[in-house]
Design a protein around this ligand. Structure first.
Ligand code: BGP
Length: 463
């Protein structure tokens, strides 16, 4: 059986807009996620972002529950619109106090805070001047980064720059990051985010010399759908634009020439200044954090065969002579149709480590399902326990293979509002009693997985 490292960071994750609620409290300004469920592209009947899990008011109780589970770490995001009030960069000190108190409470229980600087919630004042699609964004992100490092840099060791930078590109419409009137060159958008990330890393080196910082993309191994060599070519292509381009830029400091050629064939390019080239070269991370939910399987489509773009986690790739994502018939699926691939987790960990030789931290992994409260306040989520057992076993095998790992922070610490499904899809170890009819209750209830995870942490992964 795997021996997990002695100081392995067992914990879990959340993000501000999915857990905090209180969108108009404590001096917070509006963000694009506050009324996310009201966007035209969003499925009808899904609600929840305004109240979320009311963590803004219940954070002490939530941290106590994490401590009870024995968390060694907790990954959460700081809400940019709770910290910065406007384009001038004025600071909301109430927001600073909220996160300072949260961090102090975590440290009181010896829980290592792992902070995501930006998790999808662009402040509206930035969206109004073009959002993540402009140079202005990189400037404003640097100002925000400085405020974060100044205020929390001495207490927080582990920092994550941008959550799932690759989802901004692959699911820009779904996560609402592109202002309506904006023409989108997805790769230029990616480049702005990469430059913003590099500026933050550079500043971090100066301001927090003892801390550690890394990116947090969503990574999943890509399989070839058949033994046909052309399907393997499609695997290489998709791997490049789904995974490696995002890690190459931050770990190696440049885009691969294969990637630049591939986008050129589709009539796209990236404008990169000399100063940016230099900046990207000198802003390397200390570790790689990534979110893992599943793998992807690809085949080579011909012009005629290109299928309809898919509205699930494998969407976004359907390019003639390049690659197309297809379902993998070998893999079981969650209730919401996401493929479950624990062995793929080991494969992905190995590929990432082998390619960059940097320590790895898992910042999301988990299974969402519909759940209900049973009699005497029980939630029987054995499917979640099984999911975690399988994934943790494979993570252990990856460690045995030689992958250097810092920690595992699955999604999510407590129930929160799902990005794609609102409150109907739950991920937590703790049930939050909220439904459309009873928004005030918000009672926290320990699920079966809560007790299972507590034992697992206690035995450092042996159970
Ligand atoms: C990741 C996001 C999280 C979270 C998770 C689960 O992409 O970083 O914010 O939402 O996916 O996705 P969903 O809530 O849509 O099931």
């Amino acid at each position: 059986m795997t021996k997990f490292p002695k100081n392995f960071l067992w914990g879990a994750s959340t993000s501000a807009y999915q857990i905090e609620g209180a969108i108009n409290e404590g001096g917070k300004v509006p963000s694009i996620m506050d009324r996310f469920d009201e966007q035209p592209s969003y499925p009808e009947g899904i609600t929840g972002f305004k109240e979320a899990s009311d963590h803004y008011n219940k954070w002490k109780e939530d941290v106590a529950l994490m401590a009870e589970m024995g968390f060694k770490s907790y990954r959460f995001s700081i809400s940019w619109p709770r910290i910065i009030k406007n384009l001038k960069g004025d600071i909301n000190f109430e927001g600073i106090k909220f996160y300072n108190d949260l961090i102090d409470e975590l440290l009181k229980y010896n829980i290592e805070p792992v902070v995501t600087m930006f998790h999808f919630d662009t402040p509206n004042f930035i969206q109004e001047v073009g959002g993540v699609c402009t140079d202005k964004f990189t400037e404003l992100f640097e100002i925000y980064s400085k405020v974060l490092f100044e205020n929390f840099g001495s207490k927080v060791k582990y920092w994550l720059t941008i959550n799932e930078l690759n989802m901004f590109v692959m699911a820009a419409d779904v996560i609402g990051v592109v202002p309506k009137d904006q023409q989108l060159n997805p790769w230029q958008l990616m480049h702005h985010l990469n430059v913003a990330q590099a500026k933050a890393i550079k500043l971090f080196r100066k301001m927090c010399p003892n801390g550690k910082i890394g990116p947090a993309p969503n990574i999943g191994a890509v399989y070839s759908n058949s033994k046909k060599p052309e399907d393997y070519t499609s695997k290489l292509n998709i791997d490049m634009v789904r995974n490696w381009v995002y890690l190459d830029i931050v770990c190696r400091g440049e885009y691969s020439s294969l990637f630049l050629n591939a986008i050129k064939k589709n009539g796209l390019s990236i404008t990169i200044t000399e100063a940016e080239k230099k900046l990207l070269k000198e802003s390397k991370p200390d570790f790689i954090a990534f979110n893992y939910y599943s793998t992807m399987t690809s085949q080579m489509p011909t012009q005629k065969e290109v299928h309809q773009e898919k509205k699930d986690q494998q969407r976004g790739f359907s390019i003639p002579n390049f690659g197309e994502a297809v379902k993998n018939s070998e893999l079981p699926k969650t209730e919401f149709g996401w493929e479950i691939d624990p062995i793929g987790f080991r494969n992905t960990l190995r590929e990432v480590y082998d390619r960059y030789q940097l320590p790895v931290m898992i910042t999301e992994n988990g299974i969402g399902g519909k759940e209900k409260l049973e009699e005497s306040d029980k939630v029987h989520d054995s499917y979640r326990i099984e999911y975690y057992q399988q994934h943790i076993k494979q993570m252990g095998l990856a460690i045995d293979d030689g992958v250097e790992m810092i920690g595992y922070m699955p999604w999510s610490a407590i129930d929160l509002v799902s990005t794609h499904e609102g409150i109907s899809k739950r991920y937590g170890f703790v049930y939050v009693n909220r439904d459309e009819f009873d928004l005030k209750d918000m009672r926290r209830i320990r699920k079966d997985s809560f007790f299972w995870y507590k034992n697992l942490i206690e035995s450092n992964g042996e159970n």
